[in-house]
Design a protein around this ligand. Structure first.
Ligand code: TYD
Length: 206
C-alpha cells in the first residue's frame, strides 16, 4: 500500500484557505480535515481555545492545548488515513502554531515548533500552501472578529503573517506561497498546478 500524501493549507483569516482546502480535497478524492478541532476531543479543545469566555488563557497553555489537539488529530485521523493510502488535506497544522503562538504571542517559535513536532509524532507535511491576501482584502472578507484569537489585534496579526512568511522562506522545498486574492476558481487552478508540480499528483477537474 503506497502511503498517501499530506498537504496543508496555512494563512491568516480571510485568505480563503478553508475554501481551497475543501476544493483540493474534492479534486484529489482526499480526506479533508482541520485544526483546531478535527476530532471529538479537539472539538472540546477548540471551544476552550476560541471562546471569548476563556479570557485568561495563558499563552503557553494555549500553545500546549493546540499541541494536544494536534496529537489526537494525527493519531486518530491523519496518520491512519495516510497509512491506508489516502491523501490528506488539512486546514492549518504546525505552521499555524509557530505563526500564532510563536510569532503572534511572542513565545519562542523554535520551542513551539519542537513541541508541536513532538505532539505530531514527527509527522511533517509533504507540502504546505501558504495563502496570502492584502490586509484590506482579508479585513473585508472576515468582517468583525469572530473569536478570541481573531480579536487579538492588528499588531498580533501582522506578526502572525511575518511568522508564516519566515517559515515559507526557511523551507522552500516544502512551502509554496500563493496569492489568494483571485476568485476561488482562479486560486484553485493555481493550487492544482502547485500540487501537480510539487508532488506529481494528478488533480481532477473542479
Ligand atoms: P480556524 O478554524 O482555521 O479559523 P479561521 O477560519 O478563522 O482561519 O482557526 C481558528 C483560530 O485558531 C485561528 O484564529 C487560528 C488559530 N490557531 C492557532 O492560533 N494555532 C494553531 O496551531 C491553530 C491550528 C490555529
Amino acid at each position: 500500500m503506497t502511503r498517501g500524501r499530506f498537504i496543508v493549507f496555512e494563512g491568516g483569516e480571510g485568505t480563503g484557505k478553508s475554501t481551497q482546502a475543501a476544493l483540493l480535497a474534492q479534486r484529489l478524492g482526499a480526506t479533508l480535515t482541520h485544526e483546531p478541532g478535527g476530532t471529538e476531543l479537539g472539538a472540546h479543545l477548540r471551544e476552550v481555545l476560541l471562546s471569548e469566555r476563556t479570557r485568561r488563557l495563558d499563552d503557553r497553555a494555549e500553545a500546549l492545548l493546540m499541541a494536544a489537539d494536534r496529537a489526537q488529530h494525527v493519531a486518530e485521523v491523519i496518520e491512519p488515513a495516510l497509512r491506508s493510502g489516502r491523501h490528506v488535506v488539512c486546514d492549518r497544522y504546525i505552521g499555524s502554531s509557530v505563526a500564532y503562538q510563536g510569532y503572534g504571542r511572542l513565545l519562542d517559535p523554535d520551542m513551539v515548533r519542537a513541541i508541536s513536532g513532538w505532539a505530531a509524532g514527527g509527522l511533517w507535511p509533504d507540502l504546505t500552501i501558504l495563502l496570502t491576501v492584502p490586509e484590506e482584502v482579508a479585513r473585508a472578507r472576515i468582517g468583525p472578529a469572530r473569536d478570541r484569537i481573531e480579536a487579538a489585534g492588528d499588531d498580533f496579526h501582522r506578526r502572525v503573517l511575518d511568522g508564516f512568511l519566515e517559515q515559507a522562506a526557511e523551507e522552500p522545498d516544502t512551502w509554496v506561497v500563493l496569492d489568494g486574492s483571485g476568485t476561488p476558481e482562479e486560486v484553485a487552478e493555481e493550487v492544482a498546478d502547485v500540487v501537480a508540480d510539487a508532488l506529481g499528483l494528478e488533480v481532477g477537474g473542479a
